[in-house]
Design a protein around this ligand. Structure first.
Ligand SMILES: [Zn+2]
Length: 412
């Protein structure tokens, strides 16, 4: 069964010039061909056409950092952790559907309790739930009482870490998530590293021996240095925090990031973008009280600092390995808004095209699925996002979804 999409403008995800007036032929679950309409040269049954002449087609988006089991309703981790696994799984199905309908056809889950996301991935594969193709870490590795310890992935010392990695892979982990610094979990310190280089290296080596990539949660500058030293494949957040709480961009660490070949997923939405948007809107409609006014100012300041850090990294040449990720699920970081991640990368200094490839082909490469996701070309799964308008002139157009295809099937 063949379907032909007539598209006003097509961005294939590789970063080259868009194709104006394009056609995508979908052969079952895969893309049959991609190219200018004028070069099609096939007789097509008029019923096989679907017209998106006013829209722009992009590869289905790849979100490199999510937590599907978490509810994004503003509660703390400690409150969310009171929910039983069953509720987390059902909530995960809801979040997965929301993310898929916004154009995210592949997503990496970077940490959930027990077996919750293994079950969610299985439910999606069986068709019990609809969602992006999931790549899951399961329980993140963390030190005793460390960030996300309530997921039950605590491992201290090289021996325990190797054992934990082997067990996670046996249970079905697609990658290994390592909490290399503290975070928002009460009792942990995001400004300090939580594992030694030897412990991190034990995790990375064991994962690599089993053919799995690793990604390390690194808010502290010291944790960024250690995770690079240990050979982690990707850093999450990368806030350059120093003991005392300052975000201080470190040029030498920035250069090492560029030279090391590592990916960085700065999760800019996670500095409070949803809070900023909500409070700015409230300011216009009903006004803000003093607490809200200062909360808005503080959150805006933090986001500005993060944007400036990523701006510095772009100047150093990190652009081709900066990955878009939402961190959706934590606190109030909403699902269904990968457009925020791309918009924030553009605010940090990326061109709209750079931001798009950060959320498609670059993210796919960072997640280890470069051959399957992130590019529109013949032979790949027909995962396609069609939006209203031109994201190359207005990146926010990525949020104006007209249609989403996953594996050749229209899901919106
Ligand atoms: Zn996270």
């Amino acid at each position: 069964m063949r379907t032909y999409l007539r598209i006003g403008r097509l961005i294939d995800g590789r970063g080259g010039a868009p194709i104006e007036d394009a056609v995508i032929r979908i052969d079952g679950a895969r893309i049959g061909r991609v190219g200018p309409a004028a070069a099609l040269g096939e007789a097509v049954d008029p019923d096989a056409w679907v017209d998106f002449a006013a829209g722009t087609a992009l590869p289905g988006l790849v979100d490199a950092h999510t937590h599907f089991s978490l509810s994004a309703d503003g509660r703390s981790y400690e409150e969310m952790a009171l929910d039983p696994d069953e509720l987390m799984a059902i909530n995960g199905a809801r979040n997965a559907l929301r993310h898929l309908r916004s154009g995210v056809t592949t997503a990496r889950d970077n940490g959930a309790r027990n077996r919750v996301v293994f079950v969610l991935r299985e439910a999606i594969e069986r068709g019990y739930a609809e969602g992006p193709r999931l790549l899951v870490s399961g329980r993140p590795l963390t030190c005793s009482a460390g960030h996300f310890h309530w997921c039950n992935g605590v491992a201290d010392g090289e021996l325990e870490i190797r054992r934990a990695v082997r067990r996670l892979v046996a249970e079905g982990a697609d990658h290994i998530k390592i909490m290399a610094s503290g975070g928002g979990t009460v009792g942990t310190d995001p400004t300090r590293a939580s594992y030694t280089v030897a412990e991190l290296r034990a995790a990375v080596e064991t994962a690599h021996e089993l053919g799995r990539p690793t990604t390390s949660h690194c808010r502290a500058l010291e944790s960024m240095r250690r995770a690079m030293e240990a050979g982690s494949d990707c850093l999450e957040h990368g806030e350059f925090l120093t003991p005392g709480g300052e975000m201080s961009f470190d040029e030498e660490t920035g250069k090492r990031l560029v030279d090391s070949g590592i990916y960085l997923s700065p999760t800019l939405q996670a500095s409070g973008w949803d809070t900023i948007l909500r409070l700015r809107e409230k300011r216009e409609t009903s006004g803000l009280d003093a607490t809200e006014t200062s909360a808005l100012a503080a959150t805006e300041r933090e986001t500005e600092e993060r944007l400036a850090q990523v701006g510095r990294l772009l100047q150093l040449g990190m652009g081709p390995r900066i990955v878009a990720g939402t961190d959706a699920g934590c606190f109030d970081f909403s699902f269904g808004h990968m457009d925020y991640a791309l918009d924030l990368l553009a605010k940090a200094g990326m061109t709209p095209m750079q931001a798009i490839i950060a959320g498609t082909s670059v993210a796919a490469a960072a997640c280890g699925v470069a051959d399957e996701a992130g590019i529109l070309e013949a032979g790949r799964p027909a995962d396609i996002l069609i939006v209203d308008g031109d994201p190359l002139t207005d990146i926010a157009a990525v949020g104006r979804v007209t249609a989403v295809y996953q594996g050749g099937r229209r899901v919106t």
